[in-house]
Each structure stands twice: as structure tokens, then as C-alpha cells.
Write a protein that binds this ligand. Structure first.
Ligand code: SAM
Ligand code: SF4
Length: 266
């Protein structure tokens, strides 16, 4: 479906959970966030219905994100259910990779198309610092597991933080080349002040070619990452919420004051 600015909107990013096993400094505040109650989080049936309605409206590209999607109980089952919906051309996932050694093979079998794995540093101390306690070795084993499971075109998402890891760009690029990964360097964005940038190696952050909507784990369709506009699928009905989100999609991002990145899914 075309929006007011003649952009074809066909990509839905689905956040399946507002929790995470890491606490990256650029994604959530130090004190954490107020977690949604279980009843507020969409069930698998609801997510399936959203994908079916989106397909009817012309969507064909879908991505699961979070929080950390791999900590949602039953995630493999969800992937299976979504991957087999007629009209879903690609179903990918963005993950911090720390649980991939456990899940990569099952995800592949369940029909997941591709993976984006987040990795901001190859230095153990820095990795632990930026993720507030994460273990680099877990992420590295996850990357290997993804390759062993047969995932191709895996992308590495690297958030560049000034004065912290920018000096590692070259090293990360070499690591990526060696492991047949494509790197996407993402300059750290700030939802509250409205600082966003184009993604090096990706298409995000470029408003004139934006093709996406977002579904939050608590059932709101967001028109734009940098806007507080959202439409509640439970209150408005799924199809209506998606159509309204497209019709009201702003030409450009501004600010998002209501939610942290972890509550949107990046
Ligand atoms: N937990 C998963 C992960 O880390 O890949 C998925 C959710 S995370 C919110 C999705 C993506 O958003 C990650 O690649 C993460 O690096 C990115 N992200 C989070 N906060 C960001 C920020 N302030 N600026 C730019 N990218 C950000
Ligand atoms: Fe968790 Fe991903 Fe946010 Fe890091 S970027 S805190 S791994 S959701």
C-alpha cells in the first residue's frame, strides 16, 4: 500500500517481547524500563493474525525483534507459524546472538530466512561494558552456530558510539569478511532528541525510501521509529490499525518520547 508520500509500505518489524537478557547502554536506561504485564503482550495467535492482515494489505517482508526475540517462550513455534503463511516472502530475525548456539538449527528448520546479529565490539571488556554484563564469547558462539546451521547472508549490526568503538570499525569489517557476514554500521540514535542517521550498509534511517511499520510487543502499530504516533490493534482492529498507520505515516521522523528502543525493537 502507498502512503501519502508515494512510498510503498511492505515491511513489518514485529517486536515479540519487551524483555532482554542484555542491557545495552544505548537501548535502555540504567534503571531498566517498566515491563508490560503478561496480558498486555500479544499472543502468538494475535501476531499471526497481524501478519495475515498485513499480507492482505501487500506486506511481504517481516522481521522478528524485541527486546531479545530468543527469550520469548515458544519462539520456534512462532517462527514456524509465520513462515508458512502464504505471502510471507521473507521472515528474518534481529538478535543479540547470545542464545543462537541453542536455537540456530531449530530456527533454520522452522523456516526463518535470515539473521541479523548485533555485535558492537570484539573486545571482551568493551562488549561486557556496552551490554552491561554480556559475554562476548556467547555472541561469537552464536555467530558460528548460525553459520553451521546453514544461515546465509547473515548481517552483523554494529552500533557505533563516539569515543567508544569507532576505532574498531576496521577490525570488525575484517572479522565480518572472514566469516562471510555483511556489516551494517549504525550510528547510535537518540529517540528523545530525534537524532537519527542513515545506516551504512543498510536502508534504515533514510525517510524518503522508508518502507516499514513496526508492531510493538503490546500490540501498537507504529508509523515511524521517530514518532509517538501509534495505533492499537486490540482497540482499533488489526487491519484498521495498519491502514491508519500507513495513512498517517509522517514524511520524516521527529522524536519518540514515549518509548525506549528496547520497547520498539530498533
Ligand atoms: N535484542 C536484539 C538485538 O540486539 O539485536 C533485537 C532488538 S534491538 C532493539 C534491535 C537493533 O536495534 C539492534 O541491532 C540494536 O543494536 C539496535 N539499537 C538499539 N538501540 C539503538 C540506538 N540507540 N541506536 C541505534 N541502534 C540501536
Ligand atoms: Fe537487548 Fe538488543 Fe537492546 Fe541490547 S540492543 S538491550 S540486546 S534489545
Amino acid at each position: 500500500m502507498l502512503d501519502r508520500f508515494k512510498r510503498e509500505i511492505y515491511y513489518l518489524r514485529i517486536s515479540v517481547i519487551d524483555r532482554c537478557n542484555l542491557r545495552c547502554t544505548y537501548c535502555m536506561p540504567p534503571e531498566g524500563i517498566k515491563l508490560k504485564e503478561h496480558k498486555d503482550i500479544l499472543s502468538f495467535e494475535e501476531i499471526e493474525e497481524v501478519v495475515k492482515s498485513a499480507v492482505k494489505l501487500g506486506f511481504y517482508k517481516f522481521r522478528l525483534t524485541g527486546g531479545e526475540p530468543l527469550i520469548r517462550k515458544g519462539i520456534i513455534d512462532l517462527v514456524k507459524r509465520l513462515a508458512k503463511i502464504d505471502g510471507v516472502k521473507t521472515l528474518s530475525m534481529t538478535t543479540n546472538g547470545t542464545l543462537l548456539s541453542q536455537y540456530a538449527e531449530e530456527l533454520k528448520k522452522a523456516g526463518l530466512s535470515r539473521l541479523n546479529i548485533s555485535l558492537d565490539s570484539l573486545n571482551e571488556k568493551r562488549y561486557s561494558e556496552i551490554t552491561r554484563g554480556g559475554n562476548l564469547l556467547d555472541a561469537l558462539s552464536g555467530i558460528k552456530a548460525a553459520k553451521d546451521a546453514g544461515f546465509e547472508n547473515t548481517k552483523l549490526n554494529v552500533v557505533l558510539v563516539d569515543g567508544f568503538n569507532v576505532d574498531e570499525k576496521g577490525k570488525i569489517k575484517l572479522f565480518a569478511d572472514k566469516n562471510k557476514l555483511k556489516v551494517r554500521f549504525i550510528k547510535k540514535m537518540d529517540l528523545k532528541s530525534g537524532d537519527y542517521y542513515g545506516v551504512e550498509g543498510g536502508e534504515g534511517g533514510n525517510c524518503s525510501i522508508c518502507n516499514r511499520l513496526r508492531l510493538t510487543a503490546d500490540g501498537k502499530i507504529k508509523s515511524c521509529l521517530f514518532s509517538d504516533l501509534e495505533f492499537d490493534i486490540r482497540k482499533e482492529g488489526i487491519e484498521n490499525a495498519i491502514v491508519k498507520a500507513i495513512e498517517n505515516k509522517p514524511e520524516k521522523g521527529y522524536k519518540s518520547l514515549k518509548r525506549e528502543m528496547i520497547q520498539i525493537g530498533g
